[in-house]
Every structure is written in structure tokens, then in C-alpha cells.
Design a protein around this ligand. Structure first.
Ligand code: 5RP
Length: 221
């Protein structure tokens, strides 16, 4: 947890007064939002758009002004976590079930800053099952097509029931042996009707990755 805190707290140095900031979701972003709350209390004026109800609730509790997706033209900087970061800074995201909104934030941000503890660094993506959000219509057909890409697809469960995203969809966790070509795989998966968004984020979206270590060291990649 400390390593996540170091990365999260470090990231807020890239926030400037007047910025519109995107807030990701997860236990690492939690520390960044807390720090932004402290800065807001000291007079930093920013507005934020959140990728989940959880992050929005936390931001509101800390008096960080929240605006809706539809009311903004662009985002200055988005800060978000990751489940895996490979050697080129391609990411797997979506462990927290919010990757579709997170991808919209990242895509529309001038800077996309990823924060992670060092356990998230991998040589190749794929040990972490890839989250894919799908519409809950013709699920078995969509699952067949997902399987044909070379993975074992599992519909995510929560409390014994299908996990429903904040967009009203299902999440399929796709276990690949390894992901050799993340960008090609993302394109292949997105061709399947019924797929809303995958948790693969290309390195080209990423401005920098901030990695926290339990020793207190923070590295920027
Ligand atoms: C949520 C995400 C998170 O950023 C990812 O799961 C990392 O979470 P954590 O910071 O809790 O390790 O993609 O959809």
C-alpha cells in the first residue's frame, strides 16, 4: 500500500491551477485524489471529471469540484492506475471494472499519467486476465468470438452474480497465455460486435508512468 501511496502522491506535481483533471479508479488513484483534496483545501482551483462513482464520491467528500463528461471539451491531465505495465508502457487496465470510462478520459487528455506500485511492471502483458466490457446481448456468441482470439473468457462475478459495470454492461476477464502484440490484439477484439472496450491501453496514450517502491523510491518512466 505504501508504494501505491508514494506513486499517487508524487503524481499531483503535474497538476496546475485552473486545470481540468481526469480521475481514474482504484486503490492507487485513491492516494492521488486524497492529495488533490489537500491541495484544494490549501487553495488549488481545479475541476475534475471522474471515471467511476467511487472516485467521484471521494472527490466530492474532499471538496474537489466535479464536472460531467458532457460539459467539457478536453482534459489537461488524467491520473490513473494500471494492472500491468509492460516494457514499452502498454497497459492492462480494468481490474476495478472502470476501463471504458478510463479510456475515454485518457484518450481525451493532453497528458495521461499512470501510477503504479512496482509489482505492476512486467516484461510482457497477459498474466493479469484482460478485462473486456461487452453488452449483455447475445453473450454466448460474443464469448465464442472472444475465445477464438486465443483466450479463456470468464464473465466477472461479484457476490455470486454477474458484475454489472456503471455503463450497464458485463465484464469478461480474458486469460491469454501471453499478449505478444497488445495493439493488434486490441484491434482484433474491438472488431467483435458486442465488445464495448478492452482494457488494453497503447503506449501511445501514455505520457509517463510513475512507479512507487516500498522503500520510498519513486521512478518515472
Ligand atoms: C480500474 C483500473 C485500476 O486503475 C487498476 O485496476 C489498478 O488498480 P489499483 O490501483 O487498485 O491496483 O483499471 O478499472
Amino acid at each position: 500500500m505504501e508504494a501505491k501511496r508514494y506513486a499517487g502522491e508524487w503524481s499531483v506535481r503535474y497538476i496546475e491551477p485552473g486545470m481540468t483533471i481526469g480521475l481514474g479508479t482504484g486503490s492507487t488513484v485513491f492516494f492521488a485524489i486524497q492529495k488533490i483534496g489537500e491541495l484544494a483545501k490549501q487553495g488549488l482551483t481545479v475541476k475534475a471529471v471522474a471515471s467511476s462513482d467511487r472516485s467521484e464520491k471521494l472527490a466530492r467528500e474532499l471538496n474537489i469540484p466535479i464536472v460531467s463528461f458532457s460539459s467539457i471539451d478536453s482534459i489537461d491531465v488524467t491520473i490513473d492506475g494500471a494492472d500491468e505495465v509492460d516494457a514499452q508502457c502498454n497497459l492492462i487496465k480494468g481490474g476495478g471494472g472502470a476501463h471504458t470510462r478510463e479510456k475515454i478520459l485518457a484518450y481525451n487528455s493532453k497528458d495521461f499519467i499512470v501510477i503504479a506500485d512496482s509489482s505492476k511492471l512486467v516484461e510482457k502483458l497477459g498474466k493479469f486476465p484482460l478485462p473486456v466490457e461487452i453488452v449483455p446481448f447475445a453473450t454466448s456468441l460474443t464469448l465464442q468470438h472472444l475465445k477464438a482470439t486465443g483466450c479463456e473468457p470468464h464473465i466477472r462475478q461479484e457476490n455470486g452474480q454477474d458484475y454489472i459495470t456503471e455503463n450497464g454492461n458485463l465484464t469478461v476477464d480474458c486469460q491469454f497465455k501471453e499478449i505478444l502484440h497488445p495493439i493488434l490484439l486490441d484491434a482484433e477484439l474491438r472488431k467483435i460486435p458486442g465488445v464495448v472496450a478492452t482494457g488494453l491501453f497503447s503506449y501511445s496514450m501514455v505520457t509517463k508512468v510513475i512507479v512507487g517502491y516500498s522503500s520510498g523510491l519513486v521512478k518515472e518512466i
